[in-house]
Design a protein around this ligand. Sequence first.
Ligand SMILES: NC(=O)c1ccc[n+]([C@@H]2O[C@H](COP(=O)([O-])OP(=O)(O)OC[C@H]3O[C@@H](n4cnc5c(N)ncnc54)[C@H](O)[C@@H]3O)[C@@H](O)[C@H]2O)c1
Length: 297
Amino acid sequence: MGALDGRVAIITGAGRGIGREHALLFASEGAKVVVNDLGGAIDGSGDDRSPAQQVVDEILAMGGEAIANDDNVADWEGGQRLVASTVEAFGDLHVLVNNAGILRDKMLVNMSPEEWDSVIHVHLKGHFVPTRHAAGYWREQIKAGREVRAAIVNTSSTSGLLGNPGQTNYGAAKAGIAAFTVIAAAELSRYGVRVNAIAPAARTRMTEATPGLGDIVKAPTDPGKFDIWDPANISPLVAYLSTETCPLNGKVLFVQGGQVRLFQPWTMTETLEKSDRWTVAELAEQLPGVIGVGTPD
Ligand SMILES: NC(=O)c1ccc[n+]([C@@H]2O[C@H](COP(=O)([O-])OP(=O)(O)OC[C@H]3O[C@@H](n4cnc5c(N)ncnc54)[C@H](O)[C@@H]3O)[C@@H](O)[C@H]2O)c1
């Protein structure tokens, strides 16, 4: 018996990398999988239906159930088609894994508006659009008196949650996805939908192309050694978050190799307070000490 028997799952950007591993594991755990991928280059340019179809072929060859979809997840009508065609093909929808993404790294002083817009668009709108259409479907189910036990798993990144130079566009989008997760979780629980996010670390074309990371993410030369960068290490957590009985909601989890770590949300710490408005001079005198940054010379 599989952990995801009978679950219908959409996985975006599942033609390659981490999403491909999610699709293969989900199918082996009994899910019916919609393998979405427009098959673009790492910077989002171009399209090629074959990566998604290849993953579908692999799933069918191992006796699983899957269909391909090449809609752009950041496109409103594309996301609508993605959800509608899933329900049409498999009769329902239980899981949405928002995973599709692109990179256009550049230092801020050199970043073009296109590099900013495209990354924000694919990641942030590419999470909003499928979530919005799936949530609409689940709300209809609840209104029709049916029980919903659905899950959404989003994909954030340490590039945003911890901050990585050269990635203001990508990091802002990924930190935004963590905020989106927390708020969507609070809103959608009334419809039987849980929303969590992962911040993965694995060897894919994305990390292989990142300066300084390419050498680090290499597979170990000793085949008996655990490969902590294998993208397949990420998928069991995503599958668990997608099970019908998983209790987690509104959480953001780092995952790499054999490690799963809970991110603490943004939280308020040191406090400076008085029962009147602060002056600039008072703040200059007191605030640096309270928050531990020292005073300038
Ligand atoms: N690899 C890592 O270590 C790492 C770390 C943190 C976050 N992530 C995130 O994990 C996710 C998967 O990345 P990956 O490393 O597997 O990269 P990848 O490039 O191998 O896979 C991403 C896939 O998304 C698809 N895609 C891009 N834009 C799309 C769109 N608009 N509609 C549909 N499909 C689209 C691409 O064609 C590609 O196949 C991304 O969101 C990425 O930002 C990865």
